[in-house]
Write a protein of this length. Structure first.
Length: 429
């Protein structure tokens, strides 16, 4: 049996779900690859780690350099789980010089921030994206996009959705519930989210339910108050069982920031697996996940959103048709069986190539502030490198506490003076 070593910063969120799902599925089915998982950090959340260990999957936490190197040598394939986490950036800058077969799975689109520079694609034996949208990167040249399409792979980071129960239809109580699940930060949520809601607020009984972290609740409430629709909003903190919340929704309105970095979008796929009709903007990874008028509705703007929700309100049979088709697609195309099979095919391919050593520094930098800069597309990089930049405020994603933001890099690398100066200049710290 061959062995794959996954090196990841942590096992939280969607990455934890897919890694635990793939590793456990390989054990249960006696697959030709065994998966081990090495964390660069000590874990804060143990749910996916405990699930792995219960299935006999080995998890190595916070290993030192010698342990990392010996574990890499023992593996047939090493896979980097990448989303531009500062700890991973430091690890890649000092990547062990060991001959190995190497794949890299990118869990962000790379089309804004965190940005994936074209040179990065050429370092591992196989660079694997988690959405076809990544290959549309607007900052790459036509030649670079062509090279990416011909030399990389795409495997959705799906751990499966069989645990999501089908939507049986809410008992009619006079409400028309539009749901959203996920982070409510405007780095993820569309900056005009409340304006979109205001455009459909006239629909009889409409209510907007937002499930997720409540850190941005006050800003959303303030915007809703300005539109005169605050009473139509309800906020629910993160829940352990999303099924119960999805069962209370009539439509899933997933309106994201046009510069968000998501790919597989587990919250959206969970809603589709629950047989909810989904409405998304025709952009980014969403355009590759939803088939127009087959498994959901894609809209261009606020007016399109109004028409879509009015249509779904008036035609419950359409809601059932879209939801049923969506569930069938998700269970078929985003199963853990499919994810595991696709990854194993890639490992088969790279094992036919010669193992070698890898240097990420030319693509990603050598120092902490270089790591940060290399993750920025040109329009954002210029804010930091041009002396006469007129930019006064960073985009929300760069001001987050985590998510590979500037404050996040500063916390991980407190002695980097350039990062500290940028934080003082742009984050009022």
């Amino acid at each position: 049996m061959r062995e794959v070593l996954h090196i990841t910063t942590h096992m939280g969120g969607g990455v934890g779900k897919v890694l635990s799902g793939v590793a456990a599925h390989a054990v249960r089915t006696g697959a030709r690859y065994r998966h081990r998982i090495l964390l660069l950090e000590q874990p804060e959340k143990m749910n996916f780690i405990d699930a792995c260990r219960a299935e006999g999957v080995e998890i190595i936490c916070g290993a030192d350099v010698s342990t990392i190197e010996s574990t890499m040598r023992a593996a047939d394939v090493v896979q980097i789980e990448w989303w531009h986490h500062p700890q991973m950036a430091a690890f890649l800058a000092d990547f062990p010089q060991i001959d190995t077969h190497l794949t890299l799975w990118a869990h962000v689109s790379g089309c804004y921030y965190p940005y994936i520079p074209p040179a990065f694609l050429r370092v591992p034996q196989r660079f694997v994206f988690t959405s076809p949208y990544s290959l549309d990167n607007p900052y790459w040249s036509a030649q670079e996009r062509r090279w990416g399409r011909e030399n990389t792979a795409v495997v959705h980071s799906s751990g499966g959705f069989s645990a999501i129960r089908p939507h049986t239809g809410r008992a009619h109580d006079g409400r028309f519930v539009i749901g959203y699940v996920g982070t409510q930060s405007y780095a993820k949520l569309h900056p005009n989210f409340v304006a979109y809601c205001a455009r459909v607020a006239h629909i009889t009984g409409i209510e907007f339910v937002l499930v997720g972290d409540l850190t941005n609740e006050e800003a959303i409430r303030t915007a809703a108050r300005a539109h005169g629709i605050e009473e139509k909003f309800r906020f629910v903190d993160y829940v352990s069982d999303v099924n119960a919340e999805l069962a209370q929704m009539d439509v899933f309105g997933y309106l994201l920031n046009p510069t968000h970095f998501g790919t597989t979008e587990n919250a959206l796929l969970e809603a589709m697996a629950a047989e909810l009709p989904v409405v998304v903007l025709n952009q980014c990874a969403e355009q590759y996940l939803v088939a127009q008028d087959e498994t959901g509705l894609l809209v261009q703007d606020e007016e399109g959103y109004r028409r879509a929700l009015e249509d779904l309100f008036a035609h419950p049979e359409k809601r059932r048709r879209l939801g049923g088709a969506a569930r069938r697609q998700i269970l078929r195309d985003f199963s853990v069986e499919r994810t595991t099979a696709q990854l194993h095919e890639i490992y088969d391919e790279v094992l036919n190539e010669t193992p070698r050593r890898y240097d990420f520094c030319a693509a990603l930098g050598r120092t902490p502030h270089e790591f940060f800069l290399r993750g920025l597309p040109d329009e954002l990089r210029s804010i930091f490198v041009e002396r006469d930049s007129a930019q006064e405020e960073l985009p929300p994603i760069l001001r987050e506490r985590s998510k590979s933001s500037l404050p996040h890099f500063c916390r991980v690398f407190p002695v980097d003076e350039q990062l500290r100066r940028w934080r003082e200049q742009f984050c009022n710290v």
